[in-house]
Design a protein around this ligand. Structure first.
Ligand code: PRP
Length: 189
């Protein structure tokens, strides 16, 4: 999958004076993404258009597209719900809009790094249905926090169900730090 050799992944890291412990190794993530690639490829007769939710999903999306068995069309949107905090704010901001034209009548696969409260997904579902007239909408996420979830649309393809702990790495940040970490780290308790 990734063309790069992963650098060493320490067990403990510190970001902004907080300690985080290794939670998912690069090897575990790779294995999950290969499985997701097979599940998604098997699920569609007609290739979906991928809508990648920036910023957090950029590494997951880059790895996922290389496991899919169909030609991939990609669009990007930027949504923000955490606003540098450790819990989701519940207020969604769309800071990079989608183009209007290409999603009408198409199957859309939303690519998310994490589904937490589910409010971002709810917002995006509504937006893709009403503003873009997507034919169907499904979601692939690396991480899903079922205990926090209160949305209308649960993710369809899930890498890992995780406990309600703050996580960082593999695209996900703490106050815009830690996105480059090749593993996922959880806030040490
Ligand atoms: C994160 C994540 C999802 C959203 C999930 O984005 O990438 O988009 O929160 O939370 P929810 O299910 O509670 O709505 P964030 O706001 O951290 O922006 P970022 O991806 O740019 O870091």
């Amino acid at each position: 999958m990734s063309i790069f050799q992963h650098p060493a992944t320490p067990d403990i890291i510190t970001l902004r004076e907080r300690q985080f412990r290794l939670f998912l190794t690069p090897a575990q993530i790779n294995e999950a993404i290969l499985r997701l690639g097979r599940e998604i490829s098997d699920a569609y007769e007609e290739p979906p258009v991928l809508v990648v939710v920036l910023n957090g999903a950029f590494i997951f999306a880059a790895d996922l597209v290389r496991t899919l068995h169909f030609p991939v069309q990609l669009h990007f949107t930027q949504l923000s719900s955490y606003h540098d905090e450790m819990t989701s704010s519940g207020t969604i901001r769309q800071t990079l809009p989608l183009s209007q034209t290409r999603l009408q009548g198409r199957h859309v696969l939303v690519v998310e790094d994490i589904v937490d409260s589910g409010l971002t997904l709810d917002w995006l579902h509504e937006h893709l249905k009403t503003a873009h007239r997507a034919r169907s909408i499904r979601t692939a996420c690396l991480l899903f926090k079922p205990t926090h979830f209160k949305g209308l649309f649960a993710p369809d393809f899930i890498g890992f169900e995780v406990p309600p702990r703050f996580v960082v790495g593999y695209g996900m940040d703490y106050a815009n730090e830690g996105r480059e970490l090749p593993g996922v780290y959880a806030l040490a308790e």
